[in-house]
Design a protein around this ligand. Structure first.
Ligand code: FAD
Ligand code: NAD
Length: 475
C-alpha cells in the first residue's frame, strides 16, 4: 500500500464508497478510509445506509409486512391461516445477514477496483496529509493525497430532555435490534424514521404512539398525500399525536415515563421502549483540523460551493455532511459528480429531481414540487389525480388505497411534481423522475403506452387527468 494517492475519501457510506469506485474507474489511485466495524470487530464499509439505515430498516419493513399480511391480509384472498408464529431472533438474524453480505460486497468491490480500504478514523491536516487512528491500537498511519473527499455522514440528533440509555430510550440503531416486541412503544418524531420503524414494530404487535411536535403531518409532502397517509396510518392503529411537545422523560425500573404538552394541556404516558427520531445532524468529529480553513454553517454542515468544493484547495465534501436531502442516492450522485470533476470531466447533479420515498404501507413517494410550494411561488399549475382503487391491478392485489397526483405548468405543460401514496410507490416514482429529468410534459406521459394491467396505469391515468381525459374516472 503506497502512501500517496490521487484521491482519498474519508467515509465509506453511499457518498464515499460510490465516489471511490467511480474515481478508480476513471484511473485515479484511490483510498477510502472508513471507521465502522461490525459486532465481530471487522471493518464494515457502507456507512449508515448499509449498516444501520436504509438496508436493515427495509429488511425489517419487508419481514414485518409479510408477518402482518399473513396474519390478517390473506383472508381477503380466501386463504385461511391457522397459526402464525413470530421468531423475532430469526427475523433479526436475517436482517444482520443481509447487512453482512452487502457490506462484504463493498469490500469485494473495493478490491476489484484496486481501491485501498483502510478501516480507521481519518483526520485531515492543513498540508493535505491524513492521519488515521485505529480502534484499540496505539499505532497510527499517515497518508497523502492530491484530492480529498469528506463523506463522514451524519448521526442521530439527541433530544436533551430525553437522553439515550441505549436500552429503553434508543435511536434508530437501537430500534433495529429490539430482542423482543415492546408492548407499548413510544416514538418521538413523525418523520421518515418514526413512521418506518413505528410501522415495523406496530406490525409485529406493539401498541405504538408517535409524538410529533409540529401540528402538520409530513409538511414536506404534498397536502393531499400527507392527509391520505395520515388517515391510512391511523386506521392501521398508529396513534399519531400532532402538536405534542415532549418536556421530559424518565426511565424507572425498565419503563419510560414521558411528559409532553399538547396545546395547553400537560400529558404523561408510559412506554416499555422509546425511539427518539427527531432528525439527524452532520458528523464531523475529528474530521479536519481548524487550520485547514474548512468552514461549517451554524447547523454544523460543511460549507461547499456549487461544485462541492470546501474552503480548502482540492478538498470536497458530499452526502449527509453537507446541506440537501439526507438521502443515500443524493450522497452517491454527489460522490460520482465530484470524482468525475476531479478526473477532469464535467458533471452535474439535478437537485430538482431527487426522489423521496417513505417505505411505509402504503408507500409514499414524490419528486419535484408540491402544490403548496408552487402556489406559494405563484406558479400557474394544473393537476391530475387518479386513485389506485380504479385500477384493475390494484384491485387484484387488494391494495386499493392511495393515488397518483401529477402537477404540470398551466401553459407549458411541463411536469413540475409527481406525488404518490399507494402500493409500490417507491418503484412507480422512477418513471416520474425520468420524465422530469427529460423535462417531459404531462402530454408526453399521457401518450406513453403503459402495460395493462399494472399499477403504472395510475400514473398514465393521472397524466390524462391533467387535461381531464382520464378514461377510468369521471373527469
Ligand atoms: P454515511 O452513510 O453516514 O457514511 C459515513 C461513514 O463515514 C460512516 O461509516 C462513518 O462511520 C464514517 N466516518 C465518519 N467520520 C469518519 C472519519 N473521520 N474517518 C473515517 N470514517 C468516518 N436514505 C435513503 O435514501 N433511503 C432510505 O431508505 C434510508 N433509510 C434510512 C433509515 C435509517 C434508519 C437511517 C438512519 C437513515 C436512512 N437513510 C435512507 C439515510 C441514509 O442512510 C443517509 O442519507 C446516507 O447513509 C448518507 O450517506 P453518507 O455517505 O453521506 O454518510
Ligand atoms: P425527519 O426530519 O424526517 O423527521 C423528524 C421529525 O421529528 C419531524 O417531523 C420533526 O418535526 C419532529 N421533531 C423534531 N423535534 C421534535 C421534538 N422535540 N419533539 C417531537 N417531534 C420533533 O428525521 P428522521 O425521521 O429522524 O430521519 C432523519 C433523516 O434520515 C431523514 O431526514 C431522511 O433524510 C433520512 N431517512 C430517509 C429514509 C428514506 O429515504 N426512506 C428513511 C429513514 C431516514
Amino acid at each position: 500500500m503506497s502512501d500517496q494517492y490521487d484521491i482519498v475519501i474519508i467515509g465509506g457510506g453511499p457518498g464515499g464508497y460510490v465516489a471511490a469506485i467511480r474515481a478508480a474507474q476513471l484511473g485515479l489511485k484511490t483510498a477510502c478510509i472508513d471507521s465502522t466495524r461490525n459486532a465481530e470487530g471487522k471493518g464494515s464499509p457502507g456507512g449508515t445506509c448499509l449498516n444501520v439505515g436504509c438496508i436493515p430498516s427495509k429488511a425489517l419493513l419487508d419481514s414485518s409486512e409479510r408477518y402482518e399480511s399473513t396474519r390478517i391480509g390473506l383472508s381477503a384472498h380466501g386463504i385461511e391461516v391457522s397459526e402464525v408464529t413470530l421468531r423475532i431472533d430469526e427475523m433479526l438474524a436475517r436482517k444482520d445477514r443481509i447487512v453482512n453480505e452487502l457490506t462484504s460486497g463493498i469490500g469485494m468491490l473495493f478490491k476489484a477496483n484496486g481501491i485501498d480500504y483502510i478501516n480507521g478514523h481519518g483526520t485531515l491536516h492543513a498540508d493535505h496529509s491524513i492521519s488515521i487512528a485505529f480502534e484499540g491500537d496505539d499505532k497510527s498511519k499517515t497518508i497523502k493525497a492530491k484530492h480529498i473527499i469528506l463523506a463522514s455522514g451524519s448521526e442521530p440528533t439527541p433530544l436533551p430532555p430525553v437522553p439515550f440509555d441505549n436500552e429503553v430510550v434508543v435511536d434508530s440503531t437501537g430500534a433495529l435490534a429490539f430482542s423482543e416486541v415492546p408492548t407499548r412503544l413510544g416514538v418521538i418524531g413523525a418523520g421518515v424514521i418514526g413512521l418506518e420503524l413505528g410501522s415495523v414494530w406496530r406490525r409485529l404487535g406493539s401498541e405504538v404512539t408517535v409524538l410529533e411536535a409540529l401540528k402538520d403531518f409530513l409538511p414536506a409532502a404534498d397536502k393531499n398525500v400527507s392527509r391520505d397517509a395520515l388517515r391510512q396510518f391511523k386506521k392501521q392503529g398508529l396513534d399519531i399525536k400532532l402538536g405534542a411537545k415532549v418536556t421530559s422523560a424518565e426511565v424507572k425500573k425498565g419503563k419510560c415515563f414521558v411528559e409532553y404538552e399538547s396545546g395547553d394541556e400537560k400529558q404523561s404516558v408510559e412506554f416499555d421502549r422509546l425511539i427518539v427520531a427527531i432528525g439527524r445532524r452532520p458528523f464531523t468529529d475529528q474530521l479536519f483540523d481548524d487550520d485547514t480553513g474548512i468552514k461549517k454553517d451554524k447547523r454544523g454542515f460543511i460549507q461547499i460551493d456549487e461544485n462541492n468544493l470546501t474552503a480548502m484547495k482540492n478538498v470536497y465534501a458530499v452526502g449527509d455532511v453537507v446541506t440537501g436531502p439526507m438521502l443515500a442516492h443524493k450522497a452517491s450522485e454527489e460522490g460520482v459528480a465530484v470524482a468525475e470533476r476531479i478526473a477532469g470531466h464535467k458533471a452535474h447533479v439535478d437537485f430538482n429531481t431527487v426522489p423521496w420515498v417513505i417505505y411505509t404501507h402504503p408507500e409514499i413517494a414524490w419528486v419535484g414540487q408540491t402544490e403548496q410550494q408552487l402556489k406559494e411561488s405563484s406558479t400557474p399549475i394544473k393537476t391530475g389525480m387518479f386513485s389506485f382503487a380504479a385500477t384493475g391491478r390494484a384491485k387484484a392485489m387488494n391494495e386499493t388505497g392511495g393515488f397518483v397526483k401529477i402537477i404540470a405548468h398551466e401553459t407549458t405543460d411541463q411536469i413540475l411534481g409527481v406525488h404518490i401514496v399507494g402500493p409500490h410507490a417507491s418503484e412507480l416514482i422512477a418513471e416520474a423522475v425520468l420524465a422530469m429529468e427529460y423535462r417531459a410534459s404531462s402530454e408526453d406521459l399521457a401518450r406513453t403506452i403503459h402495460a395493462h394491467p399494472t399499477l403504472s396505469e395510475a400514473v398514465h391515468e393521472a397524466a390524462l387527468a391533467v387535461t381531464k381525459r382520464a378514461i377510468h374516472k369521471a373527469n
